[in-house]
Design a protein around this ligand. Structure first.
Ligand code: 13P
Ligand code: SF4
Length: 317
């Protein structure tokens, strides 16, 4: 069945003006992740990485939160803000990390390691969060791991690449769930080596969801917000950016004189764009604000259980 956005022609509308009008009318705040289309980033009231967006959702006074990101991000906003309306432009905007870690398999995995502390990356479902002791994002993961007493066994899910990176950074021996991000796994070491030869002065900057052999080539590794700050503040003039290409929009805005080179995936595809993030379109943002749908609703008991490990993370951040 075609969605409302595809079955209804919105061509006659000035979407920018309409979205601004509806935001005021609904007392809505538009939160957007750096991997959204540049047009959506430009409509947003706040753009951030996963941690900053969770904090913005927690702190907002708006009646309506429109979350231009993926489902687990909006779910986190709802967990932190149960009394507000949380809208997601496209409910199908999932995440390969969250989808690859179903709660029943996660529970069975956890049961094999009794007495362990479970740290889950925020890219997971509320049901997995509810089974976890503490949540982390890519910007606070190292701090969260280091907050756990040394003698304590740690289970880390669902991203094996971030997990392996953290083992190297902290020297902690963690048991890793074997999940990965389909976008960050497409970057090719062969093509990155070629690029580095073509641009010997360029700094390579990468998201920790990338595979180990790519992270080993990076001059800097960090969350989307940290990569952005690095481009702004570092003295280099050229950067090879190994993450979802949506981040380049803010990098170009904040550092207009620097040269940014998006790391290519192995094939000639647009696989360095997250297919889930890119399900959101300006048309769907407009329709969500107009209709106050689709809304994220959650079972209150699950919400309460998932909130505890998120609160623990926010206290430490
Ligand atoms: P950040 O928290 O670094 O923004 O990462 C979110 C994400 O989904 C990366 O793929
Ligand atoms: Fe999930 Fe990867 Fe998309 Fe981030 S880029 S939302 S980790 S699929």
């Amino acid at each position: 069945m075609p969605s409302a956005a595809t079955s209804e022609s919105l061509a006659h509308l000035d979407l920018d003006a309409e979205i601004q009008r509806l935001k005021k009318e609904r007392n809505a705040v538009l939160l957007a992740h750096y991997y959204q289309d540049s047009e959506i980033q430009d409509f947003a009231d706040f753009i951030g990485d996963s941690l900053q967006l969770a904090q913005a959702a927690r702190d907002t006074e708006a009646d309506v939160i429109l979350f231009a990101g993926v489902h687990f991000m909006a779910e986190t906003a709802k967990i932190l803000n149960p009394e507000r309306i949380v809208l997601v432009p496209d409910m199908a905007a999932g995440c390969s990390l969250a989808d690859g870690c179903p709660a029943d398999r996660f529970r069975a995995w956890k049961a094999k390691y009794p007495g362990s502390i479970v740290i889950s990356y925020i890219n997971c479902s509320a049901a997995v969060k509810a089974e976890s002791d503490i949540i982390c994002t890519s910007s606070n993961a190292k701090k969260i791991v280091e907050s756990i007493p040394k003698e304590q066994q740690i289970l880390f899910a669902p991203d094996k690449n971030l997990g392996r990176y953290l083992i190297k950074e902290t020297g902690r021996d963690m048991v890793l769930w074997q999940g990965s991000c389909i976008v960050h796994e497409t970057f090719s070491q062969r093509r990155l080596i070629e690029l580095r030869m073509q641009h010997p002065e360029a700094k390579i900057i990468a998201h920790p969801e990338c595979q180990e052999q790519l992270l080993d080539m990076a001059d800097f590794i960090g969350s989307t917000a940290a990569l952005l700050r690095y481009v702004e503040n570092d003295n280099a003039q050229q950067f090879i950016v190994v993450t979802e290409s949506g981040i380049l929009h803010q990098m170009k805005k904040r550092a207009p004189n620097k040269e940014l080179i998006a790391a290519p995936p192995e094939g000639n595809c647009a696989c360095n764009e997250c297919p889930f993030m890119r399900l959101n379109t300006p048309e769907k943002v407009y329709l969500a604000l107009r209709d106050l749908e689709p809304r994220l609703e959650m079972d209150p008991e699950l919400r309460e259980r998932a909130k505890k490990p998120i609160d623990r993370m926010l206290e430490l951040s």
